[in-house]
Design a protein around this ligand. Structure first.
Ligand SMILES: O=c1ccn([C@@H]2O[C@H](COP(=O)(O)OP(=O)(O)O[C@H]3O[C@H](CO)[C@@H](O)[C@H](O)[C@H]3O)[C@@H](O)[C@H]2O)c(=O)[nH]1
Ligand SMILES: [Mn+2]
Length: 741
């Protein structure tokens, strides 16, 4: 798309970047905290008990914890140093580019028909096919790592249903365009024409859903349906998830003028893809599937812009493609932008977000703060890419989005020819001896392929953009049980810590290529796993020391008490105010504190251990896909914001043990110090506060251990095991006296 040089100079920009206000105040505040932290370190160093005194090792561990917390805090400041917000101008885009909009290839990934039900997948697909965008420029590719005939069948049904759904959406401008979500809404049906159409489309949707449900239930698809499409012949009894040939089926060939909906409008292209799998050959999880998508789509439609989504992330805004294009097509800055990342919001979060799935401050401030240093994180879904930057190309000054046509790309080949040539690109052996997974496409070998890929793109000179619009562009399904929420964080924190240890460590790999602020910004996340260690110290040592009468903090009347109190109170107030300003509730903030504690003491801790094992070559990268299915009872408890435990996993034993340890020590500690003289009480106030807060944060854990009777309670075995551990730790004085040996 070329405009002349003079024209370019006079054009208004397609997007604007504004710097957040209040940065001077923030820097001053940040400086006072730093002084507080350094004072705390000094206090620890000066007052450490000598060899003969009790508690020396407890103090050393506390010092270790405070140093790590302090250093980590310094790293986190980068994300608030230079926060920027982006504002695209869709109107200007339309006036300038409406007749030369680029093609968009949308990639949706799914991996398992049980964990990710086909009906969920096609709802996402339908919401995307119904974008307000010229259909002949829109193509949708579903990558099915489950290799499931049911998912293919669902997509086939969706291709038929779309002929009714898309014109209905566009005619009445309905939102959101995921049928399931749309029909679950309360709709005003006063207008007779609309009401009639609404009813008939809803019936079509429900009939389709019923057919799918029964196919899932019987595990097979009726013969008369199979006869309707040649694609079903790809499946026979030998095809399994782990072992099958490449399958590529073009369900709608959008370049064909005969591919139309019931009103005669063109339809977007729709392609089903399941790359070849062979036992024993690494398939590199989502990264592998994305790379296959990149190749196959380049064979068929080859659009210059790619939108990448997980199968649960439906489009919540039918106009968001245009927002994203404002960035890519901006005449001045667009050529430098490799991707535009949107935050990952969910449609099923409860009022106070019990598992803290949405972290308001992270989405609205931290990610925008990292963007301020030119280093937006790619988070794997809700991201528009420039195809060029995904193929390993270095930024080299002038990259324009060329208007291209599918017709030229397919060079008159038939559907069968396109399918056959695409299949070759989806074969296991295709990547052998190529740079795919190394310098081309998404990077292999890491459970957070997204983060590491984004980093490599930036280090090649590109400047991505983070955009958090007022109306969520995409919404996904958040985990609604504690163990799934923790599995997800374990995968993330492990993958990220692994990056820190690899050749991609931002401080080394990014040195001289991205700004220091950006390197630090990455490390806020890459260092989640090791933050588990100081957290564990702070959760275990204060209660035990209280129990054994070892003071850890200065007396209330001492001047040294000030930095402790200041750092704690100021950072807490800051985070509350920030969170509330971002739209969270006070209870939501409190839930986030609990989840942070639980994640750090379980997910991050296991991630830390597993990363160490991997460094030693003892284990391998895996990717545990999260379930997106729910049963009704569970859904009820979730909506009532009750935490879901229910299984006797080791994770819950840890959570229960830490909670009971603090409760027990607080109880005995109060007995011991509060009823003695004031002098002693003064020495233990801070410790009592630490334990007291930990107990308060853990209230739902005690409830689940002792008072609940529903299925989501902690199993009795967890209670039993954790009581045994707490008793051993507390009652055998040996453990504690080791320090005096
Ligand atoms: O072998 C695999 C495994 C997963 N997936 C897909 O990857 C997506 C993400 O999996 P999910 O279990 O939902 O993980 P999340 O933690 O929700 O995913 C986040 O984190 C991942 C990295 O850990 C990124 O890949 C995702 O894009 C990002 O949304 C889903 O669509 C899966 O179908 C595949 O296509 N193939
Ligand atoms: Mn997901």
């Amino acid at each position: 798309m070329s405009t002349s040089k003079e024209e370019e100079a006079t054009l208004l920009p397609l997007f604007e970047t504004k710097v957040a206000r209040g940065r001077v105040a923030f820097k001053l505040y940040s400086f006072t905290i730093l002084i507080g932290i350094v004072s705390i370190w000094l206090y620890r160093l000066i007052h450490i008990p000598c060899i003969e005194e009790q508690g020396k090792y407890a103090w050393i561990l506390m010092f270790f914890a405070e140093v790590l917390f302090g250093l980590y805090w310094i790293i986190t400041q980068s994300a608030r140093w230079h926060v920027v917000f982006r504002y695209p101008f869709k109107q200007r885009l339309s006036t300038r580019y409406e007749d030369k909009l680029p093609g968009i290839d949308i990639f949706v990934c799914t991996a398992d028909p049980t964990l990710e039900p086909p009906i969920l997948v096609i709802n996402t697909v339908l919401s995307l096919m119904a974008y307000n965008y010229p259909p002949e420029k829109l193509s949708l590719y579903l990558s099915d790592d489950g290799g499931s005939e049911l998912t293919f069948y669902a997509l086939f049904e969706a291709s038929n249903f779309s002929k009714y759904w898309i014109p209905f959406c566009k005619k009445y401008n309905v939102e959101p365009r995921s049928p399931e979500i749309y029909f679950a809404q309360k709709i005003d049906l006063n207008e007779p024409n609309f009401s009639q159409e609404w009813t008939s489309i809803k019936k079509l949707y429900e009939d389709m859903k019923r057919r799918l449900d029964s196919a899932v239930e019987y595990g097979s698809i009726p013969k008369e349906i199979k006869n309707q499409h040649k694609g079903f012949s790809e499946w026979n009894s030998q095809v399994t998830k782990q072992d099958h040939k490449s399958i590529v089926q073009i369900l709608i060939d959008g370049w064909n003028t005969n591919a139309v909906d019931v009103q005669g409008n063109r339809l977007p292209t729709l392609v089903y893809l399941s790359r070849e799998k062979k036992p024993g050959i690494a398939h590199n999880f989502k990264a592998g599937s994305m790379n296959t998508l990149i190749r196959v789509s380049s064979e068929i439609t080859n659009a210059p812009i790619i939108l990448n989504l997980d199968c649960d992330m439906y489009s919540n805004d039918p106009d968001s493609i245009r927002d994203a294009l404002c960035f890519f097509l901006d005449e001045k800055q667009g050529h430098q932008i490799p991707y535009v990342q949107y935050p990952q919001y969910y449609n099923n979060t409860t009022k106070n977000d019990i598992y803290a799935n949405v972290s308001f401050a992270t989405y609205q401030i931290e990610l925008a703060g990292i963007d301020g240093f030119g280093a937006t994180l790619y988070v794997g879904t809700g991201c528009f890419h420039r195809r060029e930057s995904l193929s390993g190309k270095k930024y080299s000054g002038n990259h324009q989005i060329k208007s291209h046509s599918v017709k030229d790309n397919i060079k008159g080949r038939t559907i069968e020819e396109l399918e056959n040539s695409s299949k070759l690109l989806a074969n296991c052996s295709y990547e052998n001896g190529t740079l795919w997974g190394k310098e081309m496409g998404l990077v292999y070998g890491c459970a957070v392929e997204d983060i590491v890929t984004g980093l490599t793109i930036q280090c090649r000179g590109w400047k991505p953009v983070y955009y958090d619009p007022r109306k969520n562009a995409f919404q996904g399904v958040a985990p609604i049980t504690l163990d799934i929420a923790l599995i997800q964080f374990k995968r993330w924190s492990e993958g990220m810590f692994q990056i820190f240890f690899s050749k991609y460590c931002p401080f080394i790999y990014g040195h001289g290529k991205i700004k220091l602020g950006a390197q630090m910004g990455y490390c806020i996340y890459l260092l989640w796993a090791p933050v588990s260690l100081p957290t564990l110290c702070y959760v275990i040592i204060p209660p035990l020391s209280l129990l054994h009468g070892v003071p850890l903090f200065p007396k209330v009347s001492s001047l040294w008490f000030v930095p402790f109190a200041y750092v704690f109170v100021a950072t807490t107030l800051y985070s509350i105010v920030e969170d509330l300003m971002c739209g969270d509730t006070l209870k939501g903030w409190w839930n986030l504190q609990r989840m942070t504690l639980i994640r750090r003491t379980t997910s991050y801790f296991f991630a830390f251990i597993d990363t160490m094992m991997k460094q030693l070559g003892l284990s391998q990268t895996s990717f545990v896909v999260t379930a997106k299915v729910v049963d009704e009872e569970l859904q009820k408890r979730y909506e009532n914001e009750m935490m879901e435990f229910g299984s006797s996993s080791i994770v819950f034993v840890i959570i229960a043990t830490l909670a009971l340890l603090n409760l027990f020590c607080l109880g005995l500690g109060i007995k011991k110090v509060v009823f003695s003289d004031l002098e002693i009480l003064e020495k233990f106030v801070a410790q009592l506060i630490v334990c007291g807060l930990l107990v308060m944060v853990n209230l739902p854990v005690y409830e689940a251990l002792l008072f609940r009777s529903d299925k989501g309670r902690m199993p009795f075995s967890v209670l039993f095991k954790s009581i045994v551990v707490v008793s051993v730790v507390c009652l055998i004085p040996m453990f504690w006296d080791l320090q005096t040996l």
